[in-house]
Design a protein around this ligand. Structure first.
Ligand SMILES: [Zn+2]
Length: 375
């Protein structure tokens, strides 16, 4: 089939651009108010594929609460209006997210493990206080605090206690090496912070860096050492241990399974082969459902694996495929991730009890265990 790509799309596909874009900011999809309307294709996909699959009760362990006021970039006025969540998610509360979840996942009861949206220049205090106040009166949900490597153990301990946080969200933007693409785990999460998590049995939501993610020898060695040395930390590896292609998780899923304090969440991954490899190698007992809402899960498009890499198919790319005669309307990333998960669940022949565990019970058990340890 002849495929025509616009110049901009070609630039997007080039590896050099991907590395550059990752080094500046994560290649996140755009999200406009119009995109958030549930359209004909979304309704069809929900009715035909997802309604019978998605359980009534969901624990979403990867939920951001973006608020534009916590972006401290002095040039933020020049950023595109949808840079963080469009006009819709400039001041995000759990009530607002729930309203949208009721449209996207009708009739589902959604609980949240929520944390701030990560800005390169971020108001840590403000964004953490916002998350703390949002989860305070929701016993079925919980919050993680955003940490920066410069925070001392004493400061973090104080904030965890004051905010009632169940753990940390760290991010590679803040790597002390200045290289967010190839940094190691302890470059953005120093060991004095891991020691705090270990003392209190906290969760660490970890989005790994490096091209091969969990299959990178340094990342794997670090995870093995850190999970042994800090056995009370509950590590949650984001985005299928960052396996947007099946390669990393297929490679090391069995070794990760040997680490009893490691969980893996599903958010933003849209390849069923990644989930299949996850179930085959890591099992399902410590797999958690996540959406990466609102910024990714509620945007339109799909992350597609190509060779060892991946990219987001967005409306700009589909519009550029002028000679493609098929229906290229885009649905939500969140729906694409659920569709991929559904196929992997079917191939693994999971029963209803296992599906409910994946969507809710595994997470609620983890959260309860952390609450108990924190006292
Ligand atoms: Zn995220």
């Amino acid at each position: 089939m002849a495929v025509q790509l616009s110049r901009r799309s070609l630039i997007k596909f080039s590896p050099a651009f991907l590395i550059l874009s990752r080094s500046l900011t994560a290649p996140r999809p755009s999200l406009s108010a119009q995109d958030l309307e549930v359209k004909g294709l979304d309704r069809e996909i929900w009715a035909d594929e997802l309604e019978a699959f998605v359980p009534k009760r969901i624990f979403d362990v990867h939920t951001h609460l973006p608020c534009w006021r916590f972006n401290l970039d002095p040039k933020k006025a020049a950023a595109p209006p949808d840079a963080v969540g469009g006009a819709v998610f400039t001041e995000t509360t759990l009530d607002l997210l729930t309203r949208f979840n009721q449209k996207l996942l009708p009739g589902r009861e959604v609980h949240y493990l929520a944390f701030p949206t990560v800005f390169p220049q971020c108001d840590f205090k403000g964004s953490n206080a916002h998350v703390a106040s949002e989860v305070r009166n929701r016993p079925g949900s919980a919050g993680l605090m955003l940490v920066h490597p410069s925070m001392s153990a004493a400061d973090i301990e104080k904030s965890v206690a004051a905010g009632g946080f169940l753990g940390f969200k760290c991010y590679r933007y803040y790597s002390v090496t200045g290289d967010m693409v190839e940094c190691r785990i302890t470059d953005f999460l120093p060991e004095h912070q891991i020691a705090v998590a270990n003392r209190h049995g906290l969760i660490i939501m970890l989005h790994m860096a490096k091209a091969k993610a969990c299959a990178d020898p340094e990342n794997l060695a670090d995870l093995q050492r850190l999970s042994r040395q800090y056995p009370r930390v509950r590590w949650v590896l984001a985005h299928c241990a960052r396996s947007f292609t099946p390669y990393p998780i297929e490679k090391v899923g069995r070794q990760l399974r040997e680490l009893p304090n490691v969980w893996i969440e599903t958010s933003a991954v849209c390849e069923s082969a990644s989930f299949s490899a996850l179930f085959e190698t890591f099992g399902i007992a410590r797999v958690l459902y996540g959406s990466d809402n609102p910024r990714v899960g509620m945007a339109r498009g799909k992350y597609v694996a190509v060779g060892r890499g991946w990219f987001g198919v967005d409306s700009e790319i589909t519009r550029s495929l002028t000679e493609n005669p098929t229906d290229l309307r885009l649905t939500f990333y969140g729906y694409e991730s659920l569709r991929a998960l559904r196929y992997a669940v079917r191939w693994a022949k999971l029963d209803d009890r296992q599906i409910q565990a994946l969507f809710y019970n595994n997470a609620s058990k983890l959260i309860e265990a952390v609450r108990k340890d924190r006292g």
